[in-house]
Design a protein around this ligand. Sequence first.
Ligand SMILES: [Zn+2]
Ligand SMILES: [Zn+2]
Length: 281
Amino acid sequence: MPTESARGRPGPFDLHVHSTCSVDGKSSVEEYARQAKALGLAEVGFCEHVDLDPRDIGYGYMDPGRYTREITAARAAVPDVRLLQGVEITYQSGIEHTVLEWQEDHPWDYVVASVHMVEYADGWAIISEPGAMGAYFAGHSQRQAYGPYFTELLRAAQSGLGDVLGHLDLVKRFGVRQYGPLDPAAFEEEIRQVLRAAAQRGMGLEINTSGLRQSPGEPYPALTVLRWFRGLGGEVITVGSDAHHADDLGRGTSEALDMAREAGFRAVATFEERRVKWIDL
Ligand SMILES: [Zn+2]
Ligand SMILES: [Zn+2]
């Protein structure tokens, strides 16, 4: 296990950061690029939100033209750091056609497919927003609350959206406060179905280290799940901090690379124009 001081040490690249081109990003593209240079990172992958449900706070915020201009300017200002123009598209089965359209005909280097919103019998919730979580968890068992999330995640993995599946078990972010730590074995069948669907179409899995900074105290997902993915033939792994401020750039990615090694992966992935490029571990 890494020591506490090693926790948060940045690795050489970070494939999940949000700039002010995302509704909730706090630092500009160029600020990230300068921070990357200061930290010695070789590569930063922007992963700006594309939210396509009018109920979502990010709805209508993504401006591809502005995003391209900011990336182009930052590449010129900080040429030593490779900047990737990626997106994190919120998958929703109810609007799957609209969601899928957004991954085509845009200059994305890669697309991360994430589930943020879950519909259930008596309502809906954005699971990454604390305000909604009381309603989502109230009166529900862990299985009732997490089940619909993993069902939607399976649809995302089967939909053809994305090169990488984002923060696989994000539902634990606020769920741990209600139900305690997530034991993946409790949802092994559901999670394996998702992993199998992703592996079968060459889709990758992200190690998202924001969970280290949040209530779970571990990445999304944990090592056990990475091992399952490897066992099911999964090959593509990316690492990202999910930083929304340049101060968090790279945090935990070194630890994530250790996890990838421990799970049996020999390389991790980065992208260029939707094609995988391998980086040996
Ligand atoms: Zn996300
Ligand atoms: Zn994100």
